[in-house]
Design a protein around this ligand. Sequence first.
Ligand SMILES: [Zn+2]
Length: 151
Amino acid sequence: MSHEGIRITAKEQQEREDEENRPLPRIAVTPEKVRVLLSEGKGMEIDWVDGHRSAWSFAWLRDACPCATCVGERKAEGRKPGQPRPKPAELLPMYAPPAKPASAHAVGRYAIQFNWLDGHSGGIYSWEYLRRVCQCPECTFSEAETPGAPS
Ligand SMILES: [Zn+2]
């Protein structure tokens, strides 16, 4: 009996996952400076030890929450990290203020956690995760160029 087809698919899937999970150099996932622009309500900026700079709005970070619940919801809805839910077509849309944390604090030496004003706080944003979801033109361009990446 041949399971060739199944094996090839699994292997390709594995290679794709290896590519996504390939380890990043330490200097790429070590922040030199972290700025959480809480009072401005803007977002977070990180200067990495390798010289790269990343910036995210709070709304983006809220929609990229890495907790199991949010990851599961995004998977089920086919959303990428940071991609908001499609707005429901309501006659009288409710005004939803943009997501903002009440506070943020370091988790050990490897992550940051936000206490969102909507009461959510389960997501631990590791430096490595944040570097992988860097939204600078350079990083998002190479992501868009990956063949087969969902657009
Ligand atoms: Zn979450």
